[in-house]
Write a new protein. Structure first.
Length: 448
């Protein structure tokens, strides 16, 4: 694949790379999707345009070239502009970037006041998660991002524009947009080792009359097949004794999940008041249920883990409803909750509830209409012919996805959540442990 890319970058016979002048600016070092397809059909053994486009998709998915205005690494056979990736970021260099590197990159993007460098919604969510994960060393990450940002500002304007797009494309490969194929799920190092010849182990084949002999077996091995097998057994035993522990991405995910939730696990972190599983004291559960204004910052931080965590908390749900009403989209949450309530109703009440939801949210003359896509609307209309508990599942899934990807991410970035978070921290710091632990003895003295 990289040999083809090197041929495509040839100045004489490669893909024509040019600088395009627009009304107010220049777009350096770009080429179009149709240029790629035409070059492949002309210089490779490719006759079909669809096959050339498929090969272009594969190369783009691995990050060898990328669209300059999109995070999705695909190729279109039109005038969309693309740019070659620098060899420094090629997959053959066996990059395994860590979450700290990604945090530095996202933090640096927030410092640069450019429209093209604004974080997408999924990137903002990732930044919030990383900030919670690396809260203890976030100051160090911020300093690194600030230093890199200062270095970038010293570069030429066109050079900086190219480097920014190449770095963005690198992270689009290793931290892709949700829903896109992650080509790095297969370890590049492992794939490289698979292509290398085996050095230590030999094929366990010996001379058998009429059998096929492997060309890798030497004449000495053929003369002493028993000795060869004994050496092979010893080599396998040595490999068994050697322990190689490799942590996969799945285990890395579980470690991050544990680190995120260990503060809220009563078996690991000592709660205040005492652990109800050990002391049979239900005061902890009662305190968690209280929906008053004086709640701990620890509880508010959990709202940023996911939309599900936010809606599970009564106070968090109340705050989110206020935010949605402020943005005139409160009907989305009301519709989704009505659909969840529908699933737990007795069978005799289902038909009436389905009709009420339809008239309230989805009918042509609905009281509080909601916006859903055409596909979900058609599926829901078809389901209304035979209404049941799952009639609105498609529409509810679409609405929940909108809230999760749009409203929830904007809520976490809004002053609405930040002010509430800072207010909780002030109350916790001023009142100290008295805001967490109640003193029943003092209450009794007051009443007497």
């Amino acid at each position: 694949m990289e040999m083809i890319i090197e041929r495509m970058q040839d100045e004489q016979t490669g893909v024509p790379v040019k600088t395009v002048k627009s009304f107010m600016s220049k777009i350096p070092s770009v080429f179009t999707g149709s240029d790629i397809v035409l070059w492949m059909m002309k210089n490779l053994d490719v006759e079909d345009q669809i096959e050339a486009l498929h090969l272009s998709h594969l190369m783009s998915a691995h990050g060898y070239f990328f669209p300059i205005d999109d995070h999705v690494l695909t190729v279109k056979n039109d005038g969309t502009f693309y740019r070659f990736q620098t060899p420094y970021f090629w997959p053959s260099n066996c990059w395994e970037p860590e979450n700290t590197d990604y945090a530095v990159y996202l933090c640096k993007r927030t410092m640069q006041n450019k429209t093209r460098l604004e974080l997408a919604d999924y990137e903002a969510e990732n930044l919030a998660r990383l900030q919670k994960m690396f809260s203890r060393k976030w100051e160090f990450i911020f300093m690194q991002a600030e230093a890199q940002s200062k270095v970038d500002k010293k570069r030429d304007k066109l050079e900086r524009k190219v480097l920014d797009s190449q770095e963005r494309a690198f992270w689009d490969v290793h931290r892709p947009v949700p829903g896109c194929v992650n080509t790095t799920e297969i370890d590049i190092k492992k794939a490289c080792r698979m292509n290398k010849p085996i050095k230590s182990a030999k094929h366990m084949q010996c001379a058998v009359p009429g059998g096929r002999i492997s060309p890798s077996v030497s004449e000495v091995d053929l003369q002493n097949p028993v000795e060869n097998i004994k050496k092979e057994i010893e080599a396998i035993k040595q490999k068994l004794d050697r322990r190689n522990v490799k942590i996969s991405k799945v285990s890395d995910f579980y470690i991050n999940y544990f680190e995120q939730y260990q503060e809220y696990d009563s078996f690991i972190t000592t709660p205040e008041p005492s652990n109800p599983w050990l002391t049979d004291n239900a005061e902890f559960w009662e305190q968690e249920k209280q929906a008053n204004k004086e709640i701990s910052a620890r509880r508010v931080r959990r709202w940023a883990f996911s939309l599900q965590e936010l809606l599970k908390d009564p106070v968090g749900r109340e705050q989110f409803i206020k935010f949605l009403d402020k943005e005139f989209s409160g009907e989305n949450l009301k519709f989704w909750e009505s659909v969840q309530e529908l699933k737990s109703l007795p069978g005799k009440d289902v038909a009436v509830k389905v009709n009420d939801i339809w008239q309230e949210y989805l009918a042509p003359d609905a009281n509080v209409p909601i916006n859903i896509d055409c596909k979900s609307s058609e599926v829901t209309k078809k389901n209304m012919e035979n209404p049941d508990r799952w009639t609105f599942d498609s529409a509810a899934a679409h609405v929940y996805h909108l809230m999760k990807s749009d409203s929830y991410s904007r809520y976490l970035r809004s002053d609405f959540y930040k002010d509430f978070m800072s207010g909780s921290k002030k109350k916790t710091s001023v009142k100290g442990i008295r805001s967490v632990i109640s003193f029943p003895g003092r209450k009794e003295q007051g009443t007497t």
